[in-house]
Design a protein around this ligand. Structure first.
Ligand SMILES: Cc1cc2nc3c(=O)[nH]c(=O)nc-3n(C[C@H](O)[C@H](O)[C@H](O)COP(=O)(O)OP(=O)(O)OC[C@H]3O[C@@H](n4cnc5c(N)ncnc54)[C@H](O)[C@@H]3O)c2cc1C
Length: 359
């Protein structure tokens, strides 16, 4: 059986390893820290098609992500569950009612025969009844649509357990310092030989290539995203426009509290990853524009992660969320990739590896 090395124990590495093992390969995964301990446990906890990506024309990505969202819901209903999200409509909003309606219609259409309810208009009186105390000033009503929420850290570890059961050898605290296009890699003082290597290092994928003196055909834009947590309950999710900006931010119920995110700040992948005070204040201001004001002292948690985005736009908000797979000899590198779409990404990885092994 061909021996495959997967480097990186985030969700994309774990799902790739699991899928390759199910395809009959002998798979060894190397993670320099612990499994699901970086970007994949610092997400907005959404399994979603990505409604806002429709504005960037990423129709194929949204369709695939919606199918993957439903796959996760079918796999583990304890750690992934449907979530109602409200898009309130204010008189002064940037996006018109008809823009939202068109986007949601397309979103439902792309979801095909999903079991999740389709979007619906909610009149203002009904919107204000749920105890969340959304600002009523100039509120015209809102749309409710459905995506899913997950416990990213636990669901990722569940996937790792499935990979282990399928025969993957999972190695933590295993830093790979060099990879080569002939399928060999350097782990500590050892040189190990494989039939193929999958570089699934997320935000660090390009750096591993550079450190291995392999020209990287694509560039990654590493963009920090931060969240804050308020100790206030919330009955449903909200997708809210940032005042004066095109950006939208999620305000979500999370373990009896309120999760608010995210931001987009370019940073080097090796700089410390933490939510800055400026980001926390930015997110708190957004919250305070829509809900009864909370003070900084009410922030009871904050975290940050780095998105591995394909370099595609000056403004990271407009950057593509698609991934790319690049083959160089016996080496396959994964650039980008959402949490939600890791199952379909993993299937693509398995197909590419099959092709590599045939040549
Ligand atoms: C703020 C934020 C919010 C997000 N929200 C969502 C969301 O709600 N829904 C969604 O679908 N997506 C979301 N995403 C995107 C998603 O979280 C990421 O795209 C995804 O987690 C990336 O997973 P990964 O496996 O590629 O990277 P990572 O999880 O970062 O894993 C890469 C792993 O490689 C390891 N590694 C690196 N170098 C080496 C080496 N040399 N040797 C061994 N191991 C190495 C690292 O230690 C790391 O564990 C969000 C991203 C951010 C930043």
């Amino acid at each position: 059986m061909p021996a495959i090395a997967v480097i990186g124990g985030g969700i994309n590495g774990v799902m790739s390893a699991w899928t390759l093992a199910r395809a009959g390969h002998t798979v060894t995964l190397f993670e320099r820290d612990t499994l699901i301990s970086h970007t994949s446990q610092a997400s907005s906890k959404l399994l979603h098609g990505g409604l806002r990506y429709l504005e960037n024309g990423e129709i194929a990505l949204v369709r695939r992500a919606l199918a993957d969202r439903d796959w996760w819901l079918a796999q583990n209903s304890k750690l992934a569950s449907p979530l109602a999200i409200c898009l309130p409509l204010y008189r002064h909003a940037r996006r018109s009612r008809w823009q939202l309606k068109a986007g949601l219609w397309l979103y439902d259409h792309l979801a095909g025969h999903s079991a999740l309810p389709r979007h619906a208009f909610v009149p203002p009186a009904a919107l204000l009844q749920n105890g969340d105390r959304l600002c009523p000033h100039q509120l015209l009503g809102g749309y409710r649509y459905y995506d899913a929420q997950m416990d990213d850290a636990r669901l990722g570890l569940w996937a790792a357990q499935q990979a282990r059961t399928a025969g993957v050898s999972l190695n933590e605290h295993a830093l790979v310092s060099r990879i080569n296009c002939d399928g060999s890699l350097q782990l500590g003082g050892q040189r190990l030989q494989f039939d193929a290597i999958v570089n699934a290092c997320g935000p660090w994928a390009e750096r591993l290539l550079t450190e291995s003196q392999i020209a990287s055909p694509l560039m990654l834009d590493t963009v920090r995203g931060s969240h804050i947590v308020l100790d206030r309950p919330l009955s449903q999710g909200y997708l809210l426009e940032v005042t004066g900006e095109r950006r939208v931010v999620f305000v979500l119920p999370w373990q009896g509290q309120t999760l608010i995110g995210t931001t987009e700040q370019r940073q080097a992948p090796d700089a410390p990853v933490a939510c800055s005070d400026a980001e926390a204040i930015y997110l708190l201001r957004l919250y305070n524009d829509y809900f009864p004001p909370a003070s900084e002292t009410e922030i009871c948690g904050r975290y940050a992660g780095i998105r591995p985005l394909l370099k595609s736009a000056r403004d990271p908000n407009r950057a593509q969320r698609e991934h790319a797979l690049i083959t160089q000899g016996r080496l396959l590198s994964v650039f980008g990739g959402k949490w939600t779409t890791s199952p379909s990404l993993a299937r693509e990885v398995a197909l590419c590896v099959e092709q590599q092994l045939r040549t």
